[in-house]
Design a protein around this ligand. Structure first.
Ligand code: SF4
Length: 289
């Protein structure tokens, strides 16, 4: 008898449906930076030490030395956001000329710090920060125009100075040196327009706080070598470096990676033939150990 002529109640029970394979979702690690650092240590052992040694062989060991007071460093770093450091220097010079203070000039020679891509800032009297904060924003935009992106940077500078004055009564950021590193980062990044990189620059270079500023050079080099995940975001890269390096290695790590990005690992044509970390670089071979 054909199946469709059998009344439904007399048909044999349909075979039980195959149970669906239950796919377990990968749980996100509670600390992705720590998870990455462990993975790197397991699958590419010695990569961090080899990178440090290679960078040392190429660029030496930079010496930490405070060059600017933290308020000037903050303003300079804001001026250098998405602009060449040399243009940020021009804008800082213009700021001093437009809003001169009565403070006594100190050094006359140009001062520079390792990792900075400009030619150095001439020592001298600081800008009058209260005048910078209270000037009409258009006036400040005009004053810092030589640095580029002035309409974005002028409000950031004024917001930073205003936040400082309202919270502390003056324009000094020296108190940040007494805070634990991540508290100091949180204080600075609470100000509109101040991100993790800018905060890390100020704290590392003014106080020696063990933080790793990850700018476009550091990010590019680190991703090419494979120190950070190729698709990871900047915030994750900042956190990963805190797991990969000891506190005493941050300044050297930052300065040498940024120097490598400027002098050898160029964005367009990296000079891999003269790079000491080439045998372990994933940009050179995807199977690099
Ligand atoms: S080998 Fe080439 S891509 Fe890799 S870090 Fe060196 S210069 Fe950059």
């Amino acid at each position: 008898m054909a199946e469709d002529t059998v009344p439904p109640e007399k048909r044999p029970p349909a075979p039980a449906r195959r149970s669906r394979v239950v796919r377990r979702r990968k749980r996100k690690p509670a600390d992705p930076a720590l998870a990455w650092a462990r993975r790197l240590a397991r699958y590419r052992p010695g990569l961090v030490d080899d990178t440090r040694a290679a960078m040392r062989a190429m660029y030496g060991v930079p010496v930490w030395q405070r060059v600017h007071d933290p308020t000037s460093e903050l303003v300079l770093t804001i001026l250098s956001q998405n602009s060449a450091d040399i243009n940020a220097e021009k804008a800082f010079g213009a700021l001093r000329a437009h809003f001169p203070s009565q403070s006594v000039a100190t050094e006359e020679a140009k001062i520079n710090r390792p990792g900075w891509g400009g030619t150095g800032i001439k020592g001298g009297a600081l800008p009058e920060w209260s005048a910078v904060e209270q000037a009409p924003v258009e006036e400040l935009v005009d004053a810092i125009r030589p640095g580029g992106l002035a309409p974005q940077k002028a409000p950031r500078i004024q917001a930073s100075l205003r936040a400082l004055r309202e919270a502390r009564g003056d324009y000094s950021l020296e108190f940040l040196g007494d805070l634990p590193p991540m508290e100091a980062v949180a204080w600075l990044t609470a100000i509109a327009g101040i991100g993790r990189k800018t905060a890390s620059v100020v704290l590392l270079f003014c106080f020696g706080t063990p933080l790793m500023p990850v700018d476009r050079h550091v990010e590019r080099v680190a991703k090419r070598i494979g120190l950070v995940p190729p698709k990871g975001d900047l915030l994750l890269a900042h956190d990963i470096f805190l797991r990969l390096l000891d506190p005493g290695q941050m300044h050297e790590g930052h300065v040498n990676l940024i120097t490598h990005g400027r002098q050898t690992c160029h964005a367009r044509k990296p000079a891999c033939h003269r790079c000491a970390i080439a045998p372990r670089c994933r940009y050179v071979t995807t199977k690099a150990p």
